[in-house]
Every structure is written in structure tokens, then in C-alpha cells.
Design a protein around this ligand. Structure first.
Ligand code: GTP
Ligand code: MG
Length: 195
């Protein structure tokens, strides 16, 4: 997709702040620091519209990015960062639940995993949580640039197996460094937007 317009519309912490114009939404999910914001930037070809950081915990709110007046990418704070207090973790849970449980314009969720490692327990929980809400999940196995080509299939199989991927869902190898997997990601996102 050629992105001609991309802008942040709101950083929301509660439902009342979500956009009200009923455009379809594609949300992001994944461990803290796995590359959610980098994925958005690569797809929309903006260097740092979605703020990224080498330190975990950069994204703290639900950030709605309006793309081409067509749909929203919703960047969300990551999970699994050990240094987060119990209180912050609860806040995160409430914010996520409020969004995922009620948002009827949400068409699919992009779950980002690190292709180098077997998905964590939290990744499995997140995948199951999204399936509980009967959401289509697009698994993006990112940081593809960090593994040798000969090991790709092995790592992809590991991801698919550990998450116990539904037959309707896909796993796409991706790199925000090289842009590999970008066209495949757009292809499927576009299908869900038009649903
Ligand atoms: P939080 O907002 O903290 O949850 O993190 P996030 O998931 O949004 O991660 P972010 O996009 O900020 O990226 C975290 C770090 O990983 C940054 O240093 C990125 O440059 C790096 N990174 C993200 N994607 C890739 C990739 O495909 N390849 C490589 N080599 N590095 C990546
Ligand atoms: Mg982020």
C-alpha cells in the first residue's frame, strides 16, 4: 500500500478518547521492546512517527495512527517487562481489556514475536487471549535480519508450533531493518481492512 498520509490522532488511556469516526482498526501486540513501533514505521515508511527506543517500555498509551484516511494502526504498550510495578501492570491490563473486549471496529491484531527465540509464555497467553475474542491474528516474526538464512524455516516452525497457530492465521517473517516481509504484511492487513 502506498501511504500518503500518516498521523497520530490520539494517545488514549481510556475508551472515551478513542476515535469516533468508525474507521477499521488494526492493533499491535507483543512483548516490550520486540519491535511493534518499528513495524508500524516500516510499513508506513516513516522513520520515527511511532516512537521507538532501545529501552523497553517506550509506548505507554494506546496510540492511534490514521493511515490514508482509511484505517488506524493502534500501537499498544508491550508486556513482559520485568521492571514494571504491580500497579502499572494492573493499569496495563485494564487498558488492554477495555480496548480488546469492546472495540467493534477492531478487525485484526498483529502479534509481534522475535524470530530468534521461542515465543514466551506471555506470547502464548496473548495469542490465546486474542483468540478468545475471536480476533484474526497476524503473527509477525520480526528481527529476521538477526538469524542466518539457513535457520529461517526452523525458527518459523518453532513460532508456529509454540503458539499453536489457528489454521486461519498466518506467521510472516519480517525485518524492520531490511523491509523483508513488508509486502506480505500489507497484503493481509489490506484484506482485513476491507472485510
Ligand atoms: P515498547 O514500545 O517498549 O513496547 O517496544 P516496541 O515493541 O514498540 O519496540 P521498538 O519498535 O521500540 O523497538 C525496540 C528495539 O528493537 C529498537 O532498538 C529497534 O531498533 C529494534 N528493532 C525493531 N525491529 C527490528 C528488526 O526487525 N531488526 C533489528 N535488528 N532490530 C529491530
Ligand atoms: Mg513501542
Amino acid at each position: 500500500m502506498k501511504v500518503t498520509e500518516a498521523e497520530i490522532v490520539i494517545s488514549a488511556v481510556s475508551q472515551q478518547q478513542y476515535p469516533k469516526n468508525h474507521l477499521p482498526e488494526i492493533a499491535l501486540a507483543g512483548r516490550s521492546n520486540v519491535g511493534k513501533s518499528s513495524f508500524i514505521n516500516k510499513l508506513i515508511q516513516r522513520k520515527n512517527l511511532a516512537r521507538t527506543s532501545s529501552k523497553p517500555g517506550k509506548t505507554q498509551t494506546l496510540n492511534f495512527y490514521k493511515i490514508n484516511d482509511l484505517f488506524y494502526f493502534v500501537d499498544v504498550p508491550g508486556y513482559g517487562y520485568a521492571k514494571v510495578s504491580k500497579k502499572e501492570r494492573e493499569k496495563w491490563g485494564v487498558m488492554m481489556e477495555e480496548y480488546f473486549a469492546t472495540r467493534d471496529v477492531l478487525k485484526a491484531c498483529v502479534l509481534i514475536t522475535d524470530i530468534r527465540h521461542e515465543p514466551t509464555e506471555d506470547d502464548v497467553l496473548m495469542y490465546d487471549y486474542l483468540k478468545h475474542y475471536e480476533l484474526p491474528v497476524i503473527v509477525i516474526a520480526t528481527k529476521l535480519d538477526k538469524i542466518p538464512k539457513g535457520k529461517r524455516v526452523k525458527h518459523l516452525n518453532q513460532t508456529t508450533r509454540a503458539l499453536n497457530i489457528d489454521s486461519g492465521d498466518v506467521v510472516i517473517p519480517f525485518s524492520a531493518e531490511t523491509g523483508e516481509g513488508k509486502d506480505d504484511a500489507w497484503h493481509i492487513i489490506r484484506q482485513y481492512i476491507n472485510h
